[in-house]
Design a protein around this ligand. Structure first.
Ligand SMILES: O=c1ccn([C@@H]2O[C@H](COP(=O)(O)OP(=O)(O)O[C@H]3O[C@H](CO)[C@@H](O)[C@H](O)[C@H]3O)[C@@H](O)[C@H]2O)c(=O)[nH]1
Length: 482
C-alpha cells in the first residue's frame, strides 16, 4: 500500500483533462502566522478532509504527460491499526492528528524523489502535509497548497479567528446563539459550528499545534488552489484577494467537471434501479454522507424510519448494516418498493447525473456539494463535522439551492428526528430549489469554457506565473552565469 503524490513538471499553460491536482487526495488553505491580526485562511481543524490515495481508487496514469510516483506509507504508527493508510479507514477520527503527524516520516524520501526529477516547476501539496512546503522551500521550488475547502468557509473561519468572535473577553457562552460575522454583516454563525480551535480560549494541545504548523507552512506558499468557481462565491474570493499578506486563492474548479468519471459499460444494479424509477416517473432522493462521517445507531434508526414514513423513493449509500445496527430487521423488505440501500463504493457522479435523481441528502462535504450543484440536484443539507456547517449555510442561505435539516437542540451533533427528516425530505422533493441549482450548474460549466471561463483563465494565469516566469528566470540565470 502506498502514499502517492503528483508533481507538475514543465506544465504548459493550458487546461487539460490531466489536472495537476486530484480532488480526492488534496484539501484547504492558509496564510501567515496567527499572531498578526489580519485576514487569514484556515484549514478546517478537528476533522479535516485529508486522505491518502487508496490503491482501489487510484486510476492508472493514462497519458504520457502524467506520471504517478508512490511512496511507501509509514508502518508502526503508534495507535493506528496496521494497514490503515487513509482517514476513511481510521477506526475513529480522533486518530486524525497522530495519523497526519506520521506522514512526516515520508519527508526524506519525498525530497530525494524531488531531487531526482528533471525539472519541477512547482509543487501542489495537500495543506495538511505541512512538511511538503518546507521541502519545497529547502529545494527552492515554488509550492501551492490545496485543502479542498471553499472560499466561503475559509473567509468565515478567517473573520471569526481574526476578530476573536468566540474567544475575546466578553465570550459568547451559548453554543447556539446566532452571532454576526464582522466582515460579512449579513451572515450570522453559531459557536457550535466551529471547532474548539476557534472557540476555546486555551490555544494549546496536539490538534492546535498541527493547525498552527499548517497555517504557518501554507502562509509561506505561493498561493492556494481552490476547487471552486469564482462566480459561485465572488464576495468571499474577493475578501481573500484583498488580503495582500495571505496566499492568493486560485479558483480553478469545479474539478468534478474537468474529468468526470465515465460510467462503466456494465451498469451496477443501483443504476438499473434508477432506470426503473425513471421509467415509472418517480423522482428519487439520493442519500450519502461522504467518507468520514460517523453516525450513531440511534441516528441511523431515525433516518431509516423517517425515510420509511416519508414514502419518497430513495437510494441510500452507506457502509454499515442498517438493519443490524438499528435492530430494525425487515426494514429493507418493508421499503423495497420505494427504497434501496447500497453498501458498495459507488460512482456518486453517475448517480447524481441520473435523470431520476431529484434531491440529495448530504453531509455537505464540499466535493458532494459541488457535484450536486454541477448536476443540478438540490440539496437537503445535514452538516456533521469540520467545515460542513458553513458549507450548509452557503447552500441554503447564500446560493439558495437547498433546504436545511434541523437537529432537536440546534447543535451540529444533535439528533435529527424521523419526523423532521420525513418533513424536510418531502419539502425538498416537492420544492422549487431545482430551478436555481440548474442556473448554477450552467454557471459552473461556463467557468471551464476554453479561453473565456473564469476557471480556465485562472489556471492559465497560474501556470503563466509559476511555470513560464520560472523558466524565463532560469534562462536568464543561465545566460548571466555564462
Ligand atoms: O461511495 C462513494 C463515496 C464517496 N464518493 C466520492 O467521494 C467524495 C466525498 O467527498 P466529500 O463530499 O467532500 O465528503 P468527505 O470525503 O467526507 O469530505 C471531507 O473533505 C471535504 C473537502 O475535501 C470536506 O468538505 C468535508 O468536510 C470532509 O469531511 C465525493 O467526490 C464523492 O463523489 C464516491 O464517489 N462514492
Amino acid at each position: 500500500m502506498w502514499f502517492s503524490f503528483l508533481t507538475c513538471q514543465r506544465a504548459t499553460p493550458s487546461l487539460s483533462s490531466d489536472s495537476p491536482v486530484s480532488s480526492s487526495s488534496a484539501t484547504t488553505v492558509s496564510s501567515p502566522p496567527p499572531t498578526k491580526a489580519k485576514s487569514q485562511t484556515f484549514p478546517s481543524p478537528s476533522s479535516p478532509p485529508h486522505k491518502t490515495t487508496p490503491s482501489s481508487q487510484t486510476s492508472s496514469p493514462t497519458s504520457s504527460s502524467t506520471k504517478i510516483i508512490s511512496l511507501p506509507f509509514p508502518d508502526n504508527i503508534s495507535g493506528i491499526p496496521p494497514g490503515v493508510e487513509t482517514t476513511d479507514k481510521l477506526p475513529s477520527m480522533s486518530l486524525f492528528v497522530p495519523f497526519t503527524r506520521a506522514t512526516k516520516s515520508l519527508q526524506p524520501l519525498f525530497e530525494e524523489t524531488l531531487k531526482n526529477l528533471p525539472h519541477v516547476s512547482f509543487i501542489v501539496a495537500d495543506g495538511f502535509l505541512w512538511w511538503t512546503l518546507d521541502s519545497a522551500a529547502k529545494l527552492g521550488i515554488p509550492s501551492l497548497a490545496f485543502y479542498g475547502m471553499n472560499n466561503y468557509a475559509s473567509a468565515l473561519f478567517s473573520s471569526v479567528y481574526v476578530h476573536q468572535l468566540f474567544t475575546k473577553p466578553e465570550i459568547i457562552k451559548s453554543e447556539t446563539e446566532p452571532v454576526t460575522v464582522p466582515d460579512f454583516p449579513w451572515i450570522s454563525v453559531k459557536k457550535c459550528e466551529f471547532s474548539p480551535i476557534f472557540t476555546h480560549p486555551d490555544r494549546s494541545g496536539p490538534e492546535f499545534e498541527l493547525f498552527i504548523d499548517q497555517i504557518v507552512s501554507t502562509g509561506k506558499s505561493r498561493g492556494v488552489i481552490v476547487n471552486s468557481v469564482y462566480e459561485l462565491e465572488s464576495a468571499f474570493v474577493d475578501f481573500r484577494l484583498c488580503d495582500s499578506d495571505g496566499p492568493k486563492p486560485w479558483c480553478i474548479g469545479p474539478l468534478c467537471l474537468v474529468n468526470p468519471d465515465k460510467p462503466e459499460s456494465d451498469k451496477p444494479s443501483w443504476i438499473h434501479w434508477l432506470d426503473r424509477k425513471q421509467e415509472e416517473k418517480c423522482p428519487v432522493l439520493y442519500l450519502a454522507f461522504g467518507t468520514q462521517t460517523e453516525i450513531s445507531k440511534e441516528q441511523l434508526k431515525e433516518i431509516a424510519l423517517g425515510l420509511e414514513d416519508s414514502k419518497v423513493n430513495f437510494l441510500w449509500v452507506t457502509r454499515v448494516d442498517v438493519e443490524e445496527l438499528t435492530g430494525e430487521l425487515g426494514f429493507e423488505k418493508r421499503v423495497k418498493d420505494h427504497g434501496v440501500i447500497v453498501r458498495d463504493w459507488v460512482d456518486q457522479w453517475e448517480i447524481l447525473s441520473h435523470e431520476s435523481v431529484k434531491g440529495f441528502l448530504s453531509h455537505c462535504g464540499w466535493n458532494s456539494v459541488q457535484e450536486s450543484i454541477c448536476t443540478g440536484v438540490p440539496l437537503l443539507a445535514w452538516p456533521m463535522m469540520a467545515e460542513q456547517p458553513l458549507n450548509a449555510k452557503l447552500v441554503v442561505e447564500e446560493l439558495k439551492v437547498g433546504v436545511r435539516i434541523e437537529t432537536v437542540d440546534g447543535s451540529v451533533e444533535g439528533l435529527v428526528t424521523r419526523e423532521e427528516l420525513s418533513r424536510k425530505v418531502k419539502e425538498l422533493m416537492d420544492g422549487d430549489t431545482g430551478k436555481t441549482v440548474k442556473e448554477y450548474a450552467e454557471m459552473a460549466k461556463e467557468a471551464l469554457a476554453q479561453g473565456t471561463g473564469s476557471s480556465w483563465k485562472n489556471l492559465n494565469s497560474l501556470l503563466e506565473e509559476l511555470c513560464v516566469s520560472r523558466e524565463t528566470n532560469d534562462v536568464n540565470k543561465l545566460s548571466s552565469d555564462n
